[in-house]
Design a protein around this ligand. Structure first.
Ligand SMILES: NC(=O)c1ccc[n+]([C@@H]2O[C@H](COP(=O)([O-])OP(=O)(O)OC[C@H]3O[C@@H](n4cnc5c(N)ncnc54)[C@H](OP(=O)(O)O)[C@@H]3O)[C@@H](O)[C@H]2O)c1
Length: 303
């Protein structure tokens, strides 16, 4: 597993992170095997959120992670989504982190992300919360998720710590942040800039883009790998996978990693074989032609 710089944090992180959104119903023993499998393949970065499984994902992870492993593990979690609204208030951020620390059974969180934009965000209030969390040693690095460039800039203007990461939906089947850059000034659906140019903004400002749902199409509509709705994409993933001796899932993740923005892919599988398989993606460097072939097989048209 190769490493990438994590924004301006000064730390290095594995190119593939392990998502923990779906582990809430696993047993402690199963999560322990899940952690061991990831670590044995060099994936020591685990992505959580206070709301995953209503807190159960963090709880079972905290119980399964032996304390001797803690220093070798990078734990990222998120806050800001509440039942029916978004909340970047000082009180909620601090309370959420305290809850995550307790559930995870740890004294510090490596990375805290603001989960989804809160329309009522007060940047100075968030800055005050981040400063407290940093100086108290509860959180080491900070980032956002699902934010556009102006939202990040507005927040960064008040912060004394850098925004290190922005976690966004991105996969071969979810490419708006690529499409509009290929279709500049075209009067078609693909030419619509939906995110304010977030990918280039993150590259310009050394903010690591993390790709969530690397296997899903739509908004959690299902996995596109082995899905008969996407025959051309699956044929292409299979053909390229055969060439490199890896699965279609590994190629789908290698497609994300191939982008020069040095995107960190966040896996979502809870299946150990599929996890091991997906982590092999970091060994594959797709050619430019293969990358475009997959992009087009997913239904995109080049101008
Ligand atoms: N920031 C945000 O707003 C946000 C939103 C969503 C997710 N996330 C993060 O991103 C992570 C990944 O998202 P995700 O869970 O939607 O990821 P995903 O990898 O796109 O989807 C994983 C799901 O697809 C299933 N699947 C079926 N066949 C598969 C195959 N061949 N390979 C891989 N998975 C297959 C998995 O089932 P099995 O478990 O049986 O393999 C699992 O249910 C989450 O865990 C979370 O940490 C962040």
């Amino acid at each position: 597993m190769y490493s990438i710089n994590f924004g301006k944090s000064g730390i290095k992180v594995p190119a593939v992170a392990v998502g923990c959104m779906r582990i809430s119903d696993m047993s402690e023993k199963e999560v322990s095997a899940f952690i061991d499998t990831a670590l044995s393949l060099g994936a020591n970065f685990f992505d959580h959120a206070d709301i995953y499984g209503g807190g159960r994902s963090e709880t079972v992870f905290g119980k399964a992670m032996s304390s001797s492993l803690r220093d070798g593990i990078i734990i990222q979690t998120k806050c800001g989504i509440r039942r029916g609204f978004f909340d970047f208030s000082y009180e909620h951020i601090i309370n959420s982190v305290d809850g995550s620390l307790k559930r995870l059974g740890t004294e510090y969180i490596d990375v805290l992300l603001l989960h989804r934009p809160d329309a009522l965000m007060e940047p100075d209030e968030v800055a005050r919360a981040f400063e407290y969390l940093k100086t108290s040693g509860k959180v080491r690095h900070f980032g956002v998720s699902n934010q556009n460039p102006y939202q990040m800039q507005l927040l960064q203007n008040s912060l004394t710590v850098p925004i290190c990461a922005n976690q966004l939906q991105f996969s071969a089947m979810h490419t708006p942040m690529i499409q509009f850059g290929i279709n500049v000034n075209m009067q078609n659906e693909s030419g619509i800039n939906r995110d304010g140019g977030v990918l280039d903004f993150c590259r310009l400002n050394r903010i690591t883009v993390q790709a969530w749902s690397p296997m899903q199409y739509g908004y959690f509509e299902g996995c596109f790998v082995d899905n008969e709705k996407f025959p051309e994409l699956n044929e292409t993933l299979l053909k390229i996978g055969d060439k490199y001796g890896v699965s279609k899932s590994a190629i789908a993740i290698a497609w994300i990693l191939r982008h020069p923005a040095k995107i960190q892919a966040v896996t979502g599988t809870t299946n150990l074989a599929r996890l091991a398989d997906s982590l092999k993606a970091s060994e594959i460097m797709l050619s430019r032609e293969e990358w475009y072939e997959i992009y087009c097989a997913a239904g995109n048209v080049l101008p």
